[in-house]
Write a protein that binds this ligand. Structure first.
Ligand code: CA
Length: 224
């Protein structure tokens, strides 16, 4: 299900720009250019997030925020003017979850939306990585193959997580070395081959390329 976002912003160009970008990201977006109308929409329908400008016709954003909060916990990001510390503080005091300062890069807005969704909906998927019959729980730091737990050393675990976070991306030995062992490491790159071998052995003794494939002359990949 798409996340529904209500954008209450009276600057038509900015509202349109936000609408297009959020839609492009897969969110379902509705725009209101008016404070009072936006408030009605906020209260009469269910939204996963409300982006709320401060300066609005008919009813200002602070008041809209306060009235939404009086009855609903819908996450709210305020869009505030540059240099207005007062707006930011007041927005947060009125119950906004976050704010973004105009002018902003759309990437920053998207990042703030993702972060807010993570805070509001800490879903099970967030900390569980899966691949074929392998399941890694990042919180519990456990690895399962089917129903069976697999014991991994820290390096093997870090290596597996790196692969799982880069499904279908070929990782060179240098990349793996940097991600798993750190940049200022003294070890030789062939340590990567050694640990891939350990990991393969623990994941599947019989079929060494079942999970981690070798890409000759390039590195390794987990391909879905
Ligand atoms: Ca405005």
């Amino acid at each position: 299900m798409n996340n529904r976002i209500l954008v209450i912003e009276d600057e038509a160009n900015l509202a349109r720009f936000i609408e297009l970008d959020l839609s492009h990201e897969g969110y379902e977006v509705q725009v209101s250019h008016d404070g009072r109308e936006g408030l009605e929409l906020a209260l009469s329908e269910e939204w996963d997030l409300i982006l709320l400008d401060v300066m609005l016709p008919s009813l200002n954003g602070m008041e809209v925020c306060r009235r939404i909060r009086a009855v609903k916990q819908t996450p709210i990001i305020m869009i505030t003017a540059r240099d207005s510390v007062f707006d930011r503080v007041m927005g947060l005091d009125n119950g906004a979850d976050d704010y973004i300062v105009k002018p902003f890069a759309i990437e920053e807005l998207l990042a703030r939306i993702r972060a807010l969704f993570r805070r509001v909906h800490p879903t099970a998927q967030e900390h569980v990585l899966t691949f074929k019959d392998i399941t890694v729980d990042l919180n519990a730091r456990t690895v399962k193959k089917g129903d069976r737990f697999i014991e991994l050393t820290k390096r093997e675990y870090d290596l597996l997580v790196t692969f799982l976070q880069n499904i279908n991306i070929v990782l060179t030995r240098d990349t793996l070395l940097n991600k798993v062992w750190g940049f200022d490491t003294e070890v030789e790159t062939n340590v990567v081959d050694v640990y891939v071998r350990y990991l393969r052995h623990k994941l599947d003794e019989n079929d060494k390329e079942r999970y981690i494939q070798t890409v000759r002359g390039a590195g390794y990949v987990m391909r879905s």
